[in-house]
Ligand binder design. Structure first.
Ligand SMILES: Cc1cc2nc3c(=O)[nH]c(=O)nc-3n(C[C@H](O)[C@H](O)[C@H](O)COP(=O)(O)OP(=O)(O)OC[C@H]3O[C@@H](n4cnc5c(N)ncnc54)[C@H](O)[C@@H]3O)c2cc1C
Length: 449
């Protein structure tokens, strides 16, 4: 076996040491993953090896890169290296909403900055990725609760209603199927007498995220080798390729893809930051309390402000709540208290119901909401900067990145539609800026929080 370079025993002594990669160490398990039967993780890296492609991170991005590379070149030796276990990364921690219709999310300012042409170009990419993901789900019989339930853009305040009414104009102009809901309809459907206006977008979908990512990982073609519990701790480069150092061995590859969700990518530090958002799932409510969850058997509500609260009825007897943002993981007791306050405000009749699971998850955040995607240097590629929405977007970016690596298509097709993450001020200004913007946005969110 030939190595891309002579493996060093002490990598700190190597002359070309790239900035260290770190990896997530969450304080709580993903509630979605915890609700599933236990799964035996794939082995961790336990020897040095040489492959054609090494992918760091087994989320939607990394698995899409791997699957697509295999489709294009079934003979390629492809390895995916995951720091945690499948289902414990953000791909198994999210709220499970997705849509292929790209609409402006934050109101008039962004609405003006995203042209109709851009949103249609993005929609085209998302639809293509969804068709591919859905075919993978169907072909591999992946059970992940994928359903077109629609999602309600819900408003609890006049400002929120004004925003949702602007979304309605976009939706009408695009001729997308929707229903306008008043206070009574939302209350009867969801049990929450809290919202004054809602726009139910019928094209939106939901999934159980941990089931989806487990299914995608567990049905990878046999020749793709997935390692779990194997954080990549460092990277080296020499003239012939890259070396990724894990606790169990060194993986050498001519091509490396960083699909680790901006988890402190040394190279892209000036383009993104990692932030956390949080979620909780209630215990199963008693039969006496089922009526408080509303008449619709399943529903999802997305807030009218980006600092707002997302809610979902995930089974007959459980609700999910997602809210809050922070730069470092907030202590669990604080998260639980703040999520509970939001839950009880919406469902006061359920104040005696406990949360069974509370967790946080990382997302990579960029200044202009565009991803960083493409080639960093010879043999090194990255796709990151999900900005909080990644089920379809990261599938698309991962799939398209594999094609660019294999010289299929042109990178401009993606970057002209999605944009490219621009420069972000360094610390300490970045942290100060985050706290100021976060405080302002939370105030603006008001009742939507
Ligand atoms: C609470 C919450 C709610 C969300 N809700 C939604 C939603 O409703 N809809 C939606 O579309 N998106 C949602 N998102 C965002 C979505 O989860 C992300 O966009 C998506 O997971 C990004 O996919 P990814 O593959 O790029 O990154 P990830 O899913 O984070 O995967 C990256 C993987 O890389 C691994 N990794 C990191 N560092 C290393 C290392 N050094 N070595 C090896 N492995 C490493 C991580 O463990 C991780 O598994 C939400 C996120 C959170 C946290």
């Amino acid at each position: 076996m030939s190595f891309c370079y002579e493996p060093a025993k002490n990598l700190d002594e190597e002359p070309i040491v790239m900035p260290k990669l770190t990896h997530p160490r969450y304080s709580n398990r993903s509630g979605w993953n915890a609700m599933l039967p236990s799964r035996i993780p794939r082995p961790s890296v336990n020897s040095d090896q040489q492959v054609d492609y090494a992918i760091v991170g087994a989320g939607y991005t990394g698995l899409a890169v791997a699957r697509r590379l295999h489709e294009i070149d079934p003979q390629a030796r492809i390895t995916v290296i995951e720091a945690t276990t499948i289902g414990e990364g953000s791909s198994g921690r999210n709220s499970g909403f997705f849509s292929t219709d790209v609409l402006t999310r934050y109101g008039a300012a962004q609405s003006a900055s995203m042209s109709a042409e851009t949103s249609l170009a993005q929609t085209k990419l998302m639809k293509e990725a969804f068709a591919w993901l859905r075919a993978t789900v169907v072909d591999n019989s992946i059970e992940c609760g994928m359903q077109q339930t629609g999602a309600i853009r819900s408003a609890a305040s006049d400002a929120g209603e004004a925003y949702v009414r602007r979304v309605k104009k976009v939706v009408e102009a695009r001729n997308l199927p929707h229903t306008v809901l008043g206070r009574e309809a939302i209350r009867d459907g969801t049990g929450a007498d809290y919202y004054q206006y809602g726009l139910w977008l019928h094209n939106d979908w939901v999934i159980q995220p941990a089931m989806l990512i487990r299914g995608l990982a567990d049905t990878l073609p046999e020749s793709i080798v997935l390692y779990e519990n194997s954080p990549v701790r460092n990277m080296h480069r020499d003239r012939t390729g890259w070396g990724l150092l894990t606790d169990g061995g060194l993986i050498c590859a001519r091509t490396v893809v960083l699909a680790n969700n901006g988890y402190k990518l040394g190279y892209l530090k000036s383009r993104m930051t990692t932030i956390f958002t949080y979620a909780a799932i209630t215990e199963a409510v008693s039969e006496d309390d089922i009526g408080f969850l509303g008449q619709w058997p399943t529903w999802g509500m997305v807030p009218a402000h980006r600092a707002g609260t997302t809610t979902r009825r995930i089974t007959r007897d459980r609700l999910m709540v997602r809210s809050l943002h922070s730069l470092t993981e907030i202590p669990n007791a604080t998260v639980e208290r703040q999520l509970r306050e939001r839950f009880v405000r919406r469902w006061p009749g359920l104040r005696h119901v406990s949360f069974e699971h509370v967790w946080g998850g990382a997302i990579s955040f960029t200044n202009n909401a565009a991803p960083w995607w493409g080639q960093i240097e010879d043999g090194l590629y990255a796709s990151t900067g999900c900005n909080g929405s990644g089920i379809i977007k990261c599938t698309m970016l991962g799939r398209r990145l594999a094609e660019i690596i294999r010289r299929i298509g042109h990178p401009d097709e993606v970057t002209s539609a999605m944009g490219v993450a621009n420069w972000m001020v360094p610390d300490p200004f970045r942290t100060i800026g985050f706290h100021i913007i976060s405080a302002m946005e939370s105030r603006k969110a008001g009742l939507e929080s």
